[in-house]
Design a protein. Structure first.
Length: 289
């Protein structure tokens, strides 16, 4: 049976924020075989540092104590060496059934709209973070929920509106309404729609990988630049695209190598590498005016 030892000095729960790391809740126990190592891998983190961030120790007996008493994982059965996440009791108010992921520095000032998108996403359970469905609709729903809370009037996603046509890349309509929209916004999905509505500022591909995105930014990608151009020109693309929310960058050796995103579950469970899509465009959110 696993050894469980109560620490002489208990770590705070949730973990205390630092000047460069903020604790973000992550629900555990939803997947068979889930471990600190698998969670760390999915989020581009080091497993030992993730444990240390949560409990301030790497002693297995103390980690077991925290998992049982803080995370509310089931007590181990006979012959079980480590406490497992599976079966942890989730309670958002009591902060049980979850661990905490370290984010980067505190959210930037002057980014209230985007910060709210990320805040609402981080508060969701795992099942709510990956709801399936159409990517552009899920992205819209996330932005809409934040817009309500920060007092922004977000236009409708309806294909009958210019905003909706841009967001959903609704081309090949019976009229020439697509060409009535400014070319610089066409084919850019949510990013183009938010910029068109003066609720976002466009960040083109070079700026994205220069680190110019802010948390909560909306992003549209296409498999190749030529596919973006086909959509822009009201033609059916030969490859796929994707719409999602930017959460934060993933770095290695001080260089940006990818990003953490929120989508419907298609790619949002892993770090999305910068080379995965051929064309990227984003928009940092603003409140308009």
């Amino acid at each position: 049976m696993a050894t469980i030892q109560e620490p002489a000095r208990k770590a705070p729960w949730p973990p205390a924020p630092t000047t460069d790391q903020q604790p973000v809740p992550y629900q555990v126990g939803q997947k068979e075989g889930e471990t600190f190592a698998s969670i760390a891998k999915d989020h581009g983190l080091d497993a030992k540092e993730l444990i240390r961030f949560n409990f301030g120790t790497l002693k297995s007996a103390e980690i077991n104590w925290y998992l049982v008493n803080y995370v509310q994982c089931p007590r181990p059965s006979r012959g079980q060496k480590y406490v497992h996440f599976r079966g942890a009791t989730y309670d958002a108010a009591k902060k049980s059934g979850m661990i905490f992921l370290p984010t980067g520095a505190p959210q930037p000032q002057g980014n209230g709209f985007g910060n709210k998108v990320v805040e609402l996403y981080n508060a969701l359970s795992n099942s709510e973070k990956y709801p399936n469905g159409l990517c552009y609709q899920i992205a819209y729903n996330r932005v809409k929920a934040a817009a309500i809370q920060v007092g922004v009037a977000l236009p409708s996603l309806s294909s009958r509106t210019s905003f909706g046509r841009l967001w959903g890349s609704f081309i090949n309509t019976k009229t020439n309404s697509w060409f009535n929209l400014p070319e610089k916004y066409r084919g850019k999905g949510a990013a183009g729609a938010m910029a068109y509505a003066k609720l976002g500022t466009l960040v083109e591909q070079q700026g994205i990988w220069a680190g110019n995105l802010k948390p909560g930014a909306v992003i549209q990608t296409w498999s190749t630049k030529s596919n973006y151009e086909l959509v822009r020109d009201n033609k059916r693309p030969r490859g796929i695209g994707h719409s999602f929310i930017f959460l934060r960058y993933s770095t290695s050796g001080g260089n940006i190598v990818g990003m953490h995103i929120a989508d419907q579950g298609y790619q949002g469970r892993n770090v999305l590498s910068r080379g995965h899509w051929g064309y990227w465009v984003g928009a940092n959110l603003v409140k308009g005016g």
